[in-house]
Design a protein around this ligand. Sequence first.
Ligand code: ADP
Ligand code: ZN
Length: 619
Amino acid sequence: MPVMNPMDAARDVLKRYFGHDQFRTLQEEIISESLAGKDVFALLPTGGGKSLCYQLPALLGKGITVVISPLIALMKDQVDGLEANGIHATYLNSSLNKTEARKRYAKLFAGEYTILYVAPERLMLSGFLDDLKKWNVTRFAVDEAHCISEWGHDFRPEYRQLSNLRRLFPDLPFMALTATATDRVRSDILTQLRLKNPKSFVASFNRPNLAYRIENKQAVFQQILRFIQSKPFESGIVYCYSRKATETLADRLRQNGIEALAYHAGMTPLKRAENQDAFIRDEVKVICATVAFGMGIDKPNVRYVIHQDIPKNIEGYYQETGRAGRDGLPADCILYFSAGDVAKQLQFIADKSNAQERDVAKQQLRQMVHYSESSECRRRVLLGYFSETWTQPNCGNCDNCQNPKETFDGTLPAQKFMSCIFRVRQGSGFSVGINHIVDVLLGSRNEKVIKWGHDQLSTYDIGQEYRRPEWQIIGRELIRKGYINQNAENHSVLELTPKGKSALREREPIELTRPSVPKERAQRIRPPATGGIDCNEELFAILRTLRKELASEQGVPPYIIFSDVTLREMARDYPTNEDQLSDISGVGMKKLEQYGETFIDAIEEYLDAHPEAGLHYNA
Ligand code: ADP
Ligand code: ZN
């Protein structure tokens, strides 16, 4: 047989084992570098396809690839997924009993596996490193590599052991992979792992298939319910601020006929694992969770992530929304925003005892509020936060790009609002909150207005051209633009900043976003660029049910059998023989052999009942 160039061989393996025709961004470069025996650092977003970067090289050549991963809960699913593709893999972690572990050790000594997953704790067990030396290891992959850095948010002290590994295996190629790394964490990874002249591959953090949307929060349960009801067959996560809220929401959803479960750190580990499992196995559609949920969720077909409350910071928001749409198909990210929530959060922050923590928390919340209230492209703001520049004028897949907000010359209302703050302060010697300012502008006769004599101010009742929610939106935009400061230390009272004072004095023109009080937003039209696959939805539903049955029989999550992408392509192309089926993305040799007939039968049965459906394809 002629010797194949390594990358031709890699492409061949990509199709044969994984069933894919193309590499995703940077996968090919990363694999090629590692195959050449070099150390590699890869920073790819969630869903970027990091696993393939170390799984594929493992299949070329002899020996075993050792993957270090902190996510014990995920190892079994990953190994199941590999086995389903005909790749011999195993894992070692604390969940195994002695007999099972011994069996695996024996096979490791016999060289029967291509890939081994281990938890970092394992490296500290006596004798383990010696055993490793006997297993013909050809490559190490460190997944979630940011865990090695104490500057990162998931620091695992056990990861520090990895520097020993490098010392023991100075000549083997190492790969470090992560989806989260600031510059500081990145250089920490390189030094801690002692990577040798590593080539760094950093992908864009843009997730083109995620549609970002912020909605005004009003009767939020109804909003969430309506959204979920519009997606009866899809799974999603709803993030809530408190443990209590996750339970309440899950209860109410169930009362309304939606299969939902809660997840938070206050539950027993067993209950948590059960609920997470039910979600991964498509047995419940919705998980209502605190931020404790998500790390270690590989479920590729999460179709929406909802934030019922404002997240504490942009980084968390990006990570949480990032759990949607790993499979590359379109997914929705909705945040329900209310100024009241922000005030509540500020209150919590004000209660913190440590001044530095308070400042950081406030600053982070401010960025989150800015993101939420901005009329700019969500993607641009989000990526800007990660120092990435988004230059396209219109991303086509966020609310602000799809329904640009109108702006207008807001000098007059801004003047009214700011001079009302000024007059109150001048007349009473103290400052007040946003609601009171709006009361004065609208000529309210409420108790405080009368008691403090604010009905005597020159700005009393001068704001009839807008309603209350509109004035609030104007006020918040002036805060966002830096004309007004909302004093978190003092009951969120409003104060003019130097910029505000000068704008008021100089009658500086101010452009504002037209305050459109939330109406039902028109249904969005999905742009084609988001990776959606148009297919026969009826057949897709049939294939999905078939997949679920097979998965339950085998005790694996449905996505291990086939991804949604694969099923959708089947329901688009109607393959009725093995040749056609193997053209479908995600159908490798092993799956063809194992499931091919079953799925072909289902498709043929469908075509017999609906002969018109397949005409365009089989004609
Ligand atoms: P990450 O670990 O970077 O979040 P994964 O390795 O879990 O990403 O991959 C995300 C999804 O993308 C998986 O469902 C995987 O099967 C799929 N995938 C990876 N590489 C490819 C490829 N080249 N073509 C098609 N699908 C791919
Ligand atoms: Zn946009």
